[in-house]
Design a protein around this ligand. Structure first.
Ligand code: 5GP
Ligand code: ZN
Length: 111
């Protein structure tokens, strides 16, 4: 996926502020944070969105969510995980990503 922004960030061609990484996932700070903690967690392997996500990748993403919530200090206070999918989901980057947001009280309702 030579034209994918997040593939370029994973490859280091575009800088990203790394929060966590292992062989399956890469996590970095959102460039336009919507909360004091706003981390994007992506599989290293390109997949467009959650519709293409296999069980092994889903497990790796979940593991990363748990580790990052703890390392960012929001595991006790709470946080939100969101993955926008497709047009009506307002997905703007077509590489599967999980938003992890926390560090403040988020609104009860989204949108
Ligand atoms: P989406 O709207 O697809 O759910 O989320 C895409 C997210 O990627 C947005 O929150 C946006 O701020 C973030 N983003 C877009 N371009 C860049 C970039 O170049 N670097 C980083 N770190 N985040 C980006
Ligand atoms: Zn990609």
């Amino acid at each position: 996926m030579s034209d994918c922004l997040f593939c370029k960030i994973i490859a280091g061609e575009i800088p990203g502020k790394t929060v966590f990484e292992n062989d399956k996932v890469y996590a970095f700070r959102d460039i336009n944070p919507q909360a004091p903690v706003h981390v994007l967690i992506v599989p290293r392997k390109h997949m467009d969105n959650i519709l293409e996500c296999d069980a092994e990748t889903a497990a790796a993403l979940t593991d990363a969510v748990q580790r990052i919530a703890e390392s960012e200090g929001v595991d006790k206070t709470g946080f939100r995980v969101v993955s926008n999918c497709g047009k009506h989901g307002a997905q703007s980057v077509n590489h599967l990503h999980i938003h992890l947001m926390g560090g403040k009280q988020l609104p009860e309702r989204m949108g």
